[in-house]
Design a protein around this ligand. Structure first.
Ligand code: HEM
Length: 368
Protein backbone atom coordinates (compact mmCIF):
# COMPACT_ATOMS: atom_id res chain seq x y z
CA UNK A 1 0.00 0.00 0.00
CA UNK A 2 2.87 2.31 0.97
CA UNK A 3 4.70 1.69 -2.30
CA UNK A 4 1.45 2.24 -4.23
CA UNK A 5 1.10 5.65 -2.59
CA UNK A 6 4.68 6.55 -3.40
CA UNK A 7 4.12 5.45 -7.00
CA UNK A 8 0.93 7.52 -7.19
CA UNK A 9 2.81 10.54 -5.80
CA UNK A 10 5.50 10.08 -8.42
CA UNK A 11 2.96 9.83 -11.23
CA UNK A 12 1.11 13.00 -10.12
CA UNK A 13 4.40 14.80 -9.62
CA UNK A 14 5.69 13.72 -13.02
CA UNK A 15 2.46 14.79 -14.73
CA UNK A 16 2.69 18.22 -13.15
CA UNK A 17 6.31 18.46 -14.14
CA UNK A 18 5.51 17.60 -17.76
CA UNK A 19 2.74 20.20 -17.78
CA UNK A 20 5.08 22.79 -16.36
CA UNK A 21 7.81 21.95 -18.84
CA UNK A 22 5.38 22.03 -21.76
CA UNK A 23 4.00 25.42 -20.90
CA UNK A 24 7.50 26.74 -20.18
CA UNK A 25 8.25 26.27 -23.90
CA UNK A 26 5.29 28.40 -24.91
CA UNK A 27 5.88 32.10 -25.62
CA UNK A 28 5.56 33.76 -22.23
CA UNK A 29 3.90 37.15 -21.72
CA UNK A 30 6.44 39.99 -21.40
CA UNK A 31 7.52 40.23 -17.75
CA UNK A 32 6.91 43.58 -16.03
CA UNK A 33 10.44 43.84 -14.63
CA UNK A 34 12.68 41.23 -16.25
CA UNK A 35 15.89 42.45 -14.65
CA UNK A 36 14.52 42.10 -11.12
CA UNK A 37 12.90 38.70 -11.61
CA UNK A 38 14.65 35.94 -9.63
CA UNK A 39 15.55 32.74 -11.50
CA UNK A 40 12.66 30.25 -11.31
CA UNK A 41 12.99 27.47 -8.74
CA UNK A 42 11.69 24.22 -10.15
CA UNK A 43 10.59 21.59 -7.67
CA UNK A 44 10.75 17.97 -8.76
CA UNK A 45 7.45 17.20 -7.01
CA UNK A 46 5.29 20.14 -8.01
CA UNK A 47 6.18 22.90 -10.47
CA UNK A 48 5.14 26.50 -9.83
CA UNK A 49 1.42 26.40 -10.41
CA UNK A 50 1.32 29.58 -12.48
CA UNK A 51 3.13 27.68 -15.22
CA UNK A 52 0.22 25.29 -15.81
CA UNK A 53 -2.29 26.36 -18.46
CA UNK A 54 -5.46 27.78 -16.99
CA UNK A 55 -4.48 26.92 -13.41
CA UNK A 56 -3.82 29.19 -10.50
CA UNK A 57 -3.61 27.41 -7.19
CA UNK A 58 -1.27 27.67 -4.30
CA UNK A 59 1.74 25.42 -4.71
CA UNK A 60 1.35 22.14 -2.86
CA UNK A 61 4.81 21.14 -1.75
CA UNK A 62 5.98 17.59 -1.25
CA UNK A 63 5.88 17.89 2.53
CA UNK A 64 2.16 18.68 2.71
CA UNK A 65 1.43 16.18 -0.04
CA UNK A 66 3.04 13.42 1.98
CA UNK A 67 1.51 14.50 5.31
CA UNK A 68 -0.04 11.99 7.72
CA UNK A 69 -3.52 13.08 6.57
CA UNK A 70 -3.22 10.70 3.64
CA UNK A 71 -6.07 8.21 3.67
CA UNK A 72 -4.89 5.18 1.71
CA UNK A 73 -7.90 3.18 2.88
CA UNK A 74 -10.13 5.52 0.84
CA UNK A 75 -8.21 4.46 -2.27
CA UNK A 76 -7.20 8.08 -2.74
CA UNK A 77 -5.10 10.27 -0.48
CA UNK A 78 -7.01 13.32 0.71
CA UNK A 79 -4.26 15.60 -0.54
CA UNK A 80 -4.40 13.94 -3.95
CA UNK A 81 -8.10 14.65 -4.10
CA UNK A 82 -7.68 18.28 -3.03
CA UNK A 83 -4.82 18.79 -5.42
CA UNK A 84 -6.66 17.26 -8.36
CA UNK A 85 -9.81 19.27 -7.60
CA UNK A 86 -7.81 22.49 -7.48
CA UNK A 87 -6.06 21.72 -10.74
CA UNK A 88 -9.11 21.08 -12.89
CA UNK A 89 -8.75 21.12 -15.84
CA UNK A 90 -5.06 20.41 -16.21
CA UNK A 91 -3.73 20.72 -19.72
CA UNK A 92 -0.31 20.72 -21.20
CA UNK A 93 0.55 21.51 -24.80
CA UNK A 94 0.85 19.29 -27.84
CA UNK A 95 1.96 20.20 -31.36
CA UNK A 96 -0.18 17.55 -33.06
CA UNK A 97 -3.70 18.42 -34.27
CA UNK A 98 -5.45 16.20 -31.70
CA UNK A 99 -5.69 18.77 -28.90
CA UNK A 100 -7.52 16.44 -26.52
CA UNK A 101 -4.22 14.61 -26.03
CA UNK A 102 -2.96 17.71 -24.20
CA UNK A 103 -5.16 16.76 -21.23
CA UNK A 104 -2.85 15.44 -18.56
CA UNK A 105 -5.26 14.96 -15.71
CA UNK A 106 -9.05 15.00 -15.82
CA UNK A 107 -10.02 15.14 -12.14
CA UNK A 108 -13.76 14.71 -12.87
CA UNK A 109 -12.88 11.25 -14.15
CA UNK A 110 -12.23 10.12 -10.59
CA UNK A 111 -15.71 11.21 -9.47
CA UNK A 112 -17.20 9.50 -12.50
CA UNK A 113 -15.33 6.26 -11.83
CA UNK A 114 -16.29 6.34 -8.15
CA UNK A 115 -19.99 6.82 -9.08
CA UNK A 116 -19.95 4.02 -11.63
CA UNK A 117 -18.07 1.56 -9.42
CA UNK A 118 -19.99 2.49 -6.28
CA UNK A 119 -23.58 3.74 -6.09
CA UNK A 120 -24.65 2.93 -9.64
CA UNK A 121 -23.54 -0.70 -9.44
CA UNK A 122 -24.87 -1.23 -5.94
CA UNK A 123 -28.22 0.55 -6.37
CA UNK A 124 -28.67 -1.08 -9.79
CA UNK A 125 -28.23 -4.58 -8.41
CA UNK A 126 -30.67 -3.88 -5.55
CA UNK A 127 -33.17 -2.51 -8.06
CA UNK A 128 -33.06 -5.61 -10.26
CA UNK A 129 -33.01 -8.10 -7.39
CA UNK A 130 -35.71 -6.12 -5.58
CA UNK A 131 -37.99 -6.24 -8.62
CA UNK A 132 -37.50 -10.01 -8.98
CA UNK A 133 -38.27 -10.54 -5.26
CA UNK A 134 -41.35 -8.33 -5.51
CA UNK A 135 -42.69 -10.30 -8.47
CA UNK A 136 -42.02 -13.64 -6.77
CA UNK A 137 -43.88 -12.37 -3.68
CA UNK A 138 -46.75 -11.12 -5.87
CA UNK A 139 -46.97 -14.48 -7.63
CA UNK A 140 -46.99 -16.37 -4.33
CA UNK A 141 -49.71 -14.14 -2.87
CA UNK A 142 -51.94 -13.51 -5.89
CA UNK A 143 -51.07 -16.38 -8.22
CA UNK A 144 -51.71 -16.16 -11.93
CA UNK A 145 -54.46 -13.67 -12.80
CA UNK A 146 -57.14 -15.78 -14.43
CA UNK A 147 -60.13 -14.86 -16.59
CA UNK A 148 -62.81 -14.62 -13.89
CA UNK A 149 -65.68 -15.55 -16.24
CA UNK A 150 -63.72 -18.35 -17.93
CA UNK A 151 -62.94 -18.66 -21.65
CA UNK A 152 -65.75 -17.86 -24.06
CA UNK A 153 -64.24 -19.76 -26.95
CA UNK A 154 -64.62 -16.70 -29.22
CA UNK A 155 -61.55 -14.67 -30.07
CA UNK A 156 -60.80 -11.17 -31.34
CA UNK A 157 -57.66 -9.80 -32.94
CA UNK A 158 -55.59 -7.77 -30.48
CA UNK A 159 -52.39 -7.11 -32.46
CA UNK A 160 -51.81 -7.63 -36.17
CA UNK A 161 -48.72 -9.36 -37.53
CA UNK A 162 -46.78 -6.12 -38.14
CA UNK A 163 -47.42 -4.96 -34.56
CA UNK A 164 -46.24 -8.33 -33.27
CA UNK A 165 -43.15 -8.23 -35.49
CA UNK A 166 -42.26 -4.77 -34.17
CA UNK A 167 -42.84 -5.86 -30.57
CA UNK A 168 -40.67 -8.97 -30.81
CA UNK A 169 -37.92 -7.21 -32.74
CA UNK A 170 -37.74 -4.54 -30.03
CA UNK A 171 -38.11 -7.06 -27.21
CA UNK A 172 -35.50 -9.44 -28.65
CA UNK A 173 -33.02 -6.62 -29.14
CA UNK A 174 -33.71 -5.23 -25.67
CA UNK A 175 -33.23 -8.55 -23.90
CA UNK A 176 -29.87 -9.14 -25.63
CA UNK A 177 -28.84 -5.53 -24.99
CA UNK A 178 -29.78 -5.89 -21.31
CA UNK A 179 -27.80 -9.13 -20.87
CA UNK A 180 -24.73 -7.87 -22.74
CA UNK A 181 -24.94 -4.50 -20.97
CA UNK A 182 -25.22 -6.14 -17.56
CA UNK A 183 -22.08 -8.09 -18.45
CA UNK A 184 -20.24 -4.80 -18.85
CA UNK A 185 -21.40 -3.68 -15.40
CA UNK A 186 -21.38 -6.92 -13.41
CA UNK A 187 -19.58 -9.50 -15.59
CA UNK A 188 -16.18 -9.10 -13.96
CA UNK A 189 -17.71 -9.86 -10.56
CA UNK A 190 -20.10 -12.64 -11.58
CA UNK A 191 -18.73 -14.32 -14.70
CA UNK A 192 -14.98 -13.76 -14.54
CA UNK A 193 -14.49 -15.86 -11.40
CA UNK A 194 -16.65 -18.62 -12.93
CA UNK A 195 -15.25 -18.68 -16.46
CA UNK A 196 -11.67 -17.51 -16.03
CA UNK A 197 -10.03 -14.69 -18.01
CA UNK A 198 -9.80 -16.38 -21.45
CA UNK A 199 -13.43 -17.45 -21.75
CA UNK A 200 -14.68 -14.24 -20.11
CA UNK A 201 -12.69 -12.13 -22.58
CA UNK A 202 -13.99 -14.08 -25.58
CA UNK A 203 -17.58 -13.80 -24.37
CA UNK A 204 -17.24 -10.12 -23.53
CA UNK A 205 -15.83 -9.27 -26.96
CA UNK A 206 -18.71 -11.13 -28.66
CA UNK A 207 -21.21 -9.43 -26.29
CA UNK A 208 -19.78 -6.03 -27.12
CA UNK A 209 -20.38 -6.56 -30.86
CA UNK A 210 -23.91 -7.80 -30.17
CA UNK A 211 -24.51 -4.77 -27.94
CA UNK A 212 -23.32 -2.29 -30.54
CA UNK A 213 -25.14 -3.79 -33.53
CA UNK A 214 -28.44 -4.78 -31.91
CA UNK A 215 -28.75 -1.24 -30.59
CA UNK A 216 -29.90 -0.25 -34.07
CA UNK A 217 -32.72 -2.85 -34.01
CA UNK A 218 -33.85 -1.47 -30.66
CA UNK A 219 -33.75 2.13 -31.88
CA UNK A 220 -35.77 1.25 -34.98
CA UNK A 221 -38.18 -0.70 -32.76
CA UNK A 222 -38.96 2.17 -30.43
CA UNK A 223 -39.55 4.53 -33.35
CA UNK A 224 -42.02 2.04 -34.90
CA UNK A 225 -43.70 1.31 -31.55
CA UNK A 226 -44.17 5.02 -31.04
CA UNK A 227 -45.78 5.46 -34.46
CA UNK A 228 -48.02 2.40 -34.05
CA UNK A 229 -49.25 2.90 -30.50
CA UNK A 230 -48.88 6.51 -29.44
CA UNK A 231 -52.54 7.34 -30.16
CA UNK A 232 -53.63 4.56 -27.75
CA UNK A 233 -51.34 5.81 -25.01
CA UNK A 234 -52.51 9.37 -24.48
CA UNK A 235 -53.35 9.67 -20.76
CA UNK A 236 -57.09 10.06 -20.03
CA UNK A 237 -59.46 10.41 -17.05
CA UNK A 238 -60.31 6.72 -17.30
CA UNK A 239 -56.74 5.94 -16.28
CA UNK A 240 -57.41 7.46 -12.85
CA UNK A 241 -60.23 4.96 -12.26
CA UNK A 242 -57.90 2.13 -13.27
CA UNK A 243 -55.17 3.38 -10.95
CA UNK A 244 -57.66 3.90 -8.06
CA UNK A 245 -58.35 0.15 -7.89
CA UNK A 246 -54.77 -0.91 -8.66
CA UNK A 247 -55.89 -2.12 -12.09
CA UNK A 248 -57.78 -4.95 -10.39
CA UNK A 249 -54.46 -6.75 -10.11
CA UNK A 250 -54.71 -7.31 -6.37
CA UNK A 251 -58.25 -8.71 -6.07
CA UNK A 252 -60.35 -11.19 -8.00
CA UNK A 253 -63.44 -9.88 -9.81
CA UNK A 254 -62.25 -6.27 -10.02
CA UNK A 255 -62.21 -5.05 -13.63
CA UNK A 256 -61.68 -1.30 -14.04
CA UNK A 257 -62.40 0.41 -17.38
CA UNK A 258 -59.67 0.41 -20.00
CA UNK A 259 -59.33 1.20 -23.68
CA UNK A 260 -56.79 -0.60 -25.88
CA UNK A 261 -54.09 0.08 -23.27
CA UNK A 262 -54.76 0.48 -19.55
CA UNK A 263 -52.93 2.96 -17.29
CA UNK A 264 -50.29 0.39 -16.33
CA UNK A 265 -49.53 -0.34 -19.98
CA UNK A 266 -49.36 3.37 -20.73
CA UNK A 267 -46.69 3.69 -18.03
CA UNK A 268 -44.76 0.84 -19.66
CA UNK A 269 -45.17 2.42 -23.10
CA UNK A 270 -43.90 5.85 -22.05
CA UNK A 271 -41.08 4.33 -20.01
CA UNK A 272 -39.96 2.41 -23.08
CA UNK A 273 -40.21 5.47 -25.33
CA UNK A 274 -38.67 8.10 -23.03
CA UNK A 275 -36.14 5.67 -21.51
CA UNK A 276 -35.41 4.22 -24.94
CA UNK A 277 -34.66 7.65 -26.39
CA UNK A 278 -32.36 8.51 -23.46
CA UNK A 279 -30.55 5.18 -23.78
CA UNK A 280 -30.29 5.58 -27.57
CA UNK A 281 -28.91 9.12 -27.53
CA UNK A 282 -26.40 8.35 -24.78
CA UNK A 283 -25.48 5.04 -26.43
CA UNK A 284 -24.76 6.62 -29.81
CA UNK A 285 -22.74 9.30 -28.02
CA UNK A 286 -20.57 6.57 -26.49
CA UNK A 287 -20.41 4.48 -29.66
CA UNK A 288 -18.49 7.22 -31.47
CA UNK A 289 -16.00 8.50 -28.88
CA UNK A 290 -15.14 12.21 -29.07
CA UNK A 291 -17.27 12.63 -32.21
CA UNK A 292 -20.17 14.35 -30.45
CA UNK A 293 -18.43 15.74 -27.36
CA UNK A 294 -15.45 15.77 -25.01
CA UNK A 295 -14.56 13.30 -22.30
CA UNK A 296 -16.72 15.06 -19.67
CA UNK A 297 -19.80 14.78 -21.88
CA UNK A 298 -19.03 11.10 -22.45
CA UNK A 299 -18.84 10.52 -18.70
CA UNK A 300 -22.23 12.19 -18.27
CA UNK A 301 -23.69 10.12 -21.12
CA UNK A 302 -22.27 6.94 -19.60
CA UNK A 303 -23.99 7.69 -16.29
CA UNK A 304 -27.30 8.43 -18.08
CA UNK A 305 -26.93 5.25 -20.15
CA UNK A 306 -26.23 3.07 -17.11
CA UNK A 307 -28.89 4.55 -14.81
CA UNK A 308 -31.73 4.67 -17.36
CA UNK A 309 -30.89 1.18 -18.65
CA UNK A 310 -31.00 -0.30 -15.14
CA UNK A 311 -34.31 1.42 -14.32
CA UNK A 312 -35.87 0.41 -17.65
CA UNK A 313 -34.65 -3.18 -17.24
CA UNK A 314 -36.38 -3.36 -13.84
CA UNK A 315 -39.61 -2.00 -15.40
CA UNK A 316 -39.37 -4.41 -18.33
CA UNK A 317 -38.88 -7.38 -15.95
CA UNK A 318 -42.29 -6.51 -14.44
CA UNK A 319 -43.74 -6.20 -17.96
CA UNK A 320 -42.35 -9.59 -19.01
CA UNK A 321 -43.81 -11.17 -15.88
CA UNK A 322 -47.35 -9.84 -16.43
CA UNK A 323 -47.16 -10.57 -20.17
CA UNK A 324 -46.25 -14.24 -19.63
CA UNK A 325 -46.48 -16.03 -16.27
CA UNK A 326 -48.58 -13.46 -14.46
CA UNK A 327 -51.81 -13.34 -16.48
CA UNK A 328 -53.84 -15.94 -18.32
CA UNK A 329 -54.11 -15.27 -22.08
CA UNK A 330 -51.82 -12.20 -21.97
CA UNK A 331 -49.09 -13.90 -23.98
CA UNK A 332 -51.52 -14.89 -26.77
CA UNK A 333 -52.11 -11.21 -27.49
CA UNK A 334 -48.49 -10.94 -28.68
CA UNK A 335 -48.10 -14.61 -29.63
CA UNK A 336 -50.93 -15.40 -32.03
CA UNK A 337 -52.42 -11.92 -31.91
CA UNK A 338 -55.80 -13.38 -30.84
CA UNK A 339 -57.37 -13.10 -27.38
CA UNK A 340 -60.49 -14.59 -25.87
CA UNK A 341 -63.46 -12.22 -25.80
CA UNK A 342 -63.91 -12.67 -22.06
CA UNK A 343 -60.29 -11.71 -21.47
CA UNK A 344 -60.80 -8.61 -23.60
CA UNK A 345 -64.05 -7.81 -21.77
CA UNK A 346 -62.42 -8.04 -18.33
CA UNK A 347 -59.17 -6.21 -19.12
CA UNK A 348 -60.04 -3.88 -22.00
CA UNK A 349 -63.84 -3.56 -21.92
CA UNK A 350 -64.07 -0.15 -23.62
CA UNK A 351 -61.77 -1.30 -26.43
CA UNK A 352 -63.78 -4.50 -27.03
CA UNK A 353 -67.08 -2.62 -27.10
CA UNK A 354 -65.71 -0.16 -29.66
CA UNK A 355 -64.25 -3.01 -31.74
CA UNK A 356 -67.64 -4.75 -31.86
CA UNK A 357 -69.58 -1.53 -32.40
CA UNK A 358 -71.41 -1.93 -29.08
CA UNK A 359 -72.31 0.65 -26.43
CA UNK A 360 -69.64 1.22 -23.78
CA UNK A 361 -70.21 -0.96 -20.69
CA UNK A 362 -71.24 0.76 -17.44
CA UNK A 363 -68.65 0.78 -14.69
CA UNK A 364 -69.69 1.30 -11.07
CA UNK A 365 -67.14 2.52 -8.51
CA UNK A 366 -64.31 2.29 -11.00
CA UNK A 367 -65.00 -1.29 -12.08
CA UNK A 368 -67.77 -3.45 -13.54
C1 HEM B 1 -39.31 -10.68 -23.68
C2 HEM B 1 -40.45 -10.89 -23.11
C3 HEM B 1 -41.69 -10.08 -23.35
C4 HEM B 1 -42.94 -10.56 -23.27
C5 HEM B 1 -43.33 -11.98 -22.93
C6 HEM B 1 -43.84 -9.49 -23.61
C7 HEM B 1 -45.18 -9.60 -23.68
C8 HEM B 1 -46.05 -8.63 -24.07
C9 HEM B 1 -47.47 -8.77 -24.24
C10 HEM B 1 -48.22 -10.06 -24.02
C11 HEM B 1 -47.97 -7.59 -24.63
C12 HEM B 1 -49.43 -7.28 -24.97
C13 HEM B 1 -50.22 -6.90 -23.77
C14 HEM B 1 -51.65 -6.66 -24.14
O1 HEM B 1 -52.24 -7.50 -24.79
O2 HEM B 1 -52.20 -5.64 -23.80
C15 HEM B 1 -46.87 -6.66 -24.71
C16 HEM B 1 -46.99 -5.33 -25.04
C17 HEM B 1 -45.95 -4.44 -25.03
N1 HEM B 1 -44.62 -4.73 -24.87
FE1 HEM B 1 -43.85 -6.55 -24.38
N2 HEM B 1 -43.10 -8.37 -23.85
C18 HEM B 1 -41.78 -8.66 -23.70
C19 HEM B 1 -40.73 -7.80 -23.83
C20 HEM B 1 -40.83 -6.47 -24.09
C21 HEM B 1 -39.74 -5.54 -24.15
C22 HEM B 1 -38.29 -5.93 -23.89
C23 HEM B 1 -40.25 -4.34 -24.42
C24 HEM B 1 -39.55 -3.03 -24.61
C25 HEM B 1 -38.34 -2.79 -24.26
C26 HEM B 1 -41.67 -4.47 -24.55
C27 HEM B 1 -42.53 -3.45 -24.81
C28 HEM B 1 -43.90 -3.58 -24.92
C29 HEM B 1 -44.82 -2.48 -25.12
C30 HEM B 1 -44.41 -1.00 -25.21
C31 HEM B 1 -46.08 -3.01 -25.18
C32 HEM B 1 -47.38 -2.23 -25.35
C33 HEM B 1 -47.81 -1.68 -24.01
C34 HEM B 1 -48.06 -2.75 -23.00
O3 HEM B 1 -48.78 -3.71 -23.27
O4 HEM B 1 -47.53 -2.62 -21.90
N3 HEM B 1 -41.99 -5.78 -24.35
N4 HEM B 1 -45.72 -7.32 -24.37
Amino acid sequence: MKSANILRSLVVGAALLVAGAASAQAPAPAPAAPAAAPPPVVSTAAPPMSRLDGVSVPAAGPSSYQSPSMRPEAGLMSNDAELLRALAPTRGQVTIPDQKLATLIQPAGRDWRAAVKGPIRVVGSWLLLGMCCLLIAFYLLRGKIMIDSGMSGRTVERFNSFERFVHWMTAGAFVVLAITGLNITYGRYLLLPLLGPDAFTAISVAFKYLHNYLAFGFMLGIVLMFVLWVRHNIPSKIDLQWIAVGGGLFAKGVHPPAEKFNAGQKIIFWSVIVGGVAISVSGVWLMFPFFLGDVASMQLMQVIHAVVSLVLTAIVIAHIYIGSLGMEQAFDAMGTGQVDENWAKEHHGLWLAKLKGQAAPQYKMGHD
